[in-house]
Each structure stands twice: as structure tokens, then as C-alpha cells.
Ligand binder design. Structure first.
Ligand code: SAH
Length: 394
């Protein structure tokens, strides 16, 4: 219980009654106790009834709810939440799995811990705060994490330099909170890869594509594969294990291409089926021939905000049109969007537009999404962000 209090305007408690975990600043009528960024506040309705408690922050989302019951946010609280998160991953078969030591342990709102991400890479946990509150409580969380993951995690790396609201002046930092192993090779479905948690994007690897990469493996046999936006080469090494004929990986970042080459070498030393290109996607798609019959398009989020939606959809159409134009008859296209503001229907429409433009016959084989270790809180549908289609192009 906190002596910092937030009172809502009349009627503004409706979404909280349905367990939506955010309080927007516009819903607040007044505050008591002058809460600072990252502090715990109790939220009351206009009738002075307790309705939630959570982390306060200046900005459009003013409170991120931690609990809908009045309770202390203490060591036991963090431990309880992390234990539930671990149990969920255990039920997915991701814990103590000799072939896979890479998974997301905490996925923000999806694990009732808004603003917190924790990815596990073998014996290292990479923790990322997206809210002031999770940053302020990082040490408490790390302590609870150590206890819950005892015997499984030895190092905790905190990586929040790029994910915290920069205006808050919180002194974001990257570094080990616990341990500090230079060992950075993790495993996914028996395939090894280097994780650059020091400098890499996100927590060092795109854990969310695991199941989709695994599916791709089944389609790869004998095919000429183009992995566009390859980052660390995830889809490429699955394609190689799936007995692809050749695999070309493309990313505009030279560092990503270095990592891709390293990762392919780690799994398939001296295998000349693979080649990587540090090049812009659109340039590559324009100059490439028509030799590919399995293409992956996994671009970065084209829209980070609602107002960028229309441009983003145009971007997805343009990108996919290039693939439809050049993919071999009988080809398979894995195409994705990770923009949160682009929903399933929008994305499918953008791909539809591209297909229609090419005039080719196109069938949907699979509709893909994020895996179970990136769960969607049913009360927070905004948490569904990854969308993918697997298409057969005649
Ligand atoms: N498919 C990857 C994740 C892709 S992330 C995986 O499974 O891990 C998106 C990638 O797109 C980033 O690595 C980024 O460097 C790259 N990228 C961004 N803009 C690009 C462009 N215009 N052309 C090529 N690559 C680009």
C-alpha cells in the first residue's frame, strides 16, 4: 500500500474494471503525495474506492498496473509473479530442455508485469525496462529473479539504454547486475548462435520468431532461400538444417551480417551453400534475379505510432510486391509484420494489395503469430504484435 494516491475522474475506472493494465493521464482528476516517476501509486475511483496499484510515470500512460488488489509490492510480490512466469514457460516445454535454452521469461503486460522484459539465454538473463517503474525497481527484481531461477541463471545483464523514456533522466544503463560471463552462445531447437547482449538489438536476439523459424525448416528442402532482414541469421540456419539448396541472407547492417556469418559457421562450418550481403532490402530486391523459391521478409516495425499507420501499410505492400514479382512459380513466401499498431487484418490487406498487383495466384498456408512465451494478456489485446503469413505463390 502506498501513500501516493491517484484519483480518477468519474467513469474513468471502466477499463480497469475489465483489468486493462494502463491508466491514461487524461483519466486522472488529482494526485496525492506528489508521486515521482517510477514510484508505486494506489489508484482510486472518483468514489474513493481502491481499484489498482502500479508504477507512476509522466506521459500518456500514467500508471502501469501491477495489481488489482491492495497489496505490498515487495520481494514476495516479484517472486510470485516471476514464479508464475516460469511455470508458464515450463508448461510450454521451454525450461530444462536440452535442445533449447533460449526463451522469454517475462513479456511485460503478457505476464502482468507491464514495462518489464526478461529473456533467458542459457545461464544469462537479459533484463530490459521499458518503464520508469521497472527501472527504479531493477535491483529488487534482479534479486527475486536470482531466487526463482536458482541453479538455472548465473548472470543478469541489464540493458535499458535505448528502451527507457529519455526525458525521464533516469540514468539508464547497460551492464551486469549479477555475474558477468563472457560466454554468449545460446541454443534454440538444437541450433547454436552468438548473442550480442552488449550491443545487439532488442535483448540480443529475436526470440519471438523461434516457432516460425522452426516451421520454415520444414519447407526448406531443395529450395533457394532468400532471408531478407536476416539480423543474426535465425531463419538462415534453420533453412540450412532443412537441407536448402542455397541460402542468401541480407541485412543493411554490416554488424548483423558479421553475426549471421558467425552463426552459420558455428552450425555449418565450411558450408558453401550460404552467402550474406550487407545491403538495403529494396536495392537487393530490385537487382536480384528470379532464382528464389523460398523468401522470408521480416522487416523492422514500419510503424511505431498510430499516425504512421498508412505509410507503414504502403511500405508492407511495396515490399511484398517485390517478392511476388520475382519469386519462382511454386515458391513459398514467409512474410511478417512486428508493428504493434498494424493489426492482423491491416497486414493481410497490405499483402493482398501486393498479391493482386502481381496478378499471381496466391494461397495462405499458415497464419503466424508470436509464440507462447510472448503471451497476450486477454485484457490487453494491444500486446499482440507479431503477424505472419506463409503463402504459396503459383
Ligand atoms: N529476421 C530476424 C529479425 C529481423 S529484425 C531474426 O529472425 O532474428 C529487422 C532487421 O532489419 C534488422 O537487423 C535491421 O538491421 C534490418 N533492416 C532495417 N532496415 C533495413 C533495410 N532497409 N534493408 C535491409 N535490412 C534492414
Amino acid at each position: 500500500m502506498s501513500n501516493k494516491k491517484v484519483y480518477l475522474k468519474a467513469g474513468k475506472e471502466e477499463s480497469l474494471k475489465r483489468f486493462h493494465p494502463w491508466v491514461f493521464s487524461g483519466a486522472i482528476s488529482r494526485m496525492e503525495g506528489e508521486p515521482e516517476e517510477g514510484e508505486i501509486v494506489d489508484v482510486y475511483t472518483s468514489k474513493k474506492e481502491f481499484i489498482a496499484c502500479g508504477h507512476y510515470q509522466i506521459g500518456s500512460i500514467a500508471v502501469r498496473v501491477l495489481s488489482f488488489v491492495q497489496e505490498e509490492i515487495n520481494h514476495e510480490f516479484w517472486k510470485r509473479r516471476l514464479t508464475v512466469a516460469l511455470d508458464l514457460r515450463r508448461s510450454l516445454g521451454l525450461v530444462d530442455n536440452p535442445l533449447n535454452n533460449t526463451y522469454r521469461l517475462v513479456h511485460g503486460e503478457g505476464d502482468n508485469l507491464p514495462g518489464l522484459i526478461i529473456d533467458i539465454y542459457d545461464r544469462t538473463a537479459v533484463m530490459q525496462a521499458h518503464s520508469a517503474g521497472m527501472h527504479v525497481y531493477r535491483m529488487e527484481i534482479a534479486e527475486a529473479l536470482s531466487e526463482v531461477m536458482q541453479g538455472m541463471v548465473e548472470n543478469i545483464y541489464y540493458k535499458s539504454e535505448t528502451t527507457l523514456p529519455f526525458k525521464a533522466d533516469l540514468g539508464p544503463e547497460n551492464g551486469f547486475i549479477k555475474g558477468g560471463s563472457p560466454e554468449n552462445i545460446a541454443m534454440e531447437y538444437g541450433l547454436k548462435f552468438h548473442v550480442d547482449w552488449l550491443k545487439g538489438q532488442k535483448t540480443g536476439f529475436f526470440v519471438d520468431q523461434r516457432e516460425n523459424r522452426h516451421l520454415l525448416e520444414r519447407y526448406a528442402k531443395g529450395r533457394n532461400v532468400l532471408n531478407m532482414f536476416c539480423y543474426t541469421g535465425g531463419f538462415s540456419f534453420y533453412a540450412m538444417r532443412g537441407e536448402a539448396n542455397l541460402v542468401h541472407s541480407v541485412d543493411s547492417s554490416a554488424k548483423a551480417i558479421d553475426l549471421t556469418n558467425k552463426n552459420v559457421e558455428l552450425n555449418f562450418p565450411n558450408d558453401n551453400r550460404h552467402q550474406a550481403f550487407a545491403e538495403d532490402a529494396f536495392k537487393f530486391l530490385d537487382r536480384m534475379g528470379d532464382q528464389y523459391d523460398l523468401i522470408i521478409l521480416d522487416p523492422p516495425a514500419f510503424a511505431k505510432h498510430r499516425d504512421a499507420l498508412r505509410n507503414a501499410l504502403r511500405g508492407y505492400s511495396k515490399l511484398n510486391a517485390k517478392a511476388f514479382e520475382k519469386i519462382k512459380p511454386g515458391g513459398i513466401l514467409f512474410t511478417f509484420s512486428c508493428s504493434q499498431v498494424v493489426d492482423k487484418k491491416d497486414f493481410r490487406n497490405a499483402v493482398f494489395t501486393a498479391a493482386a498487383q502481381s496478378g499471381r495466384s496466391v494461397r495462405i498456408l499458415h497464419q503466424l503469430t508470436q509464440p507462447g512465451d510472448h503471451p497476450v494478456n486477454i485484457y490487453h489485446p494491444e500486446g499482440e504484435y507479431l503477424k505472419g503469413l506463409v503463402l504459396y505463390v503459383e
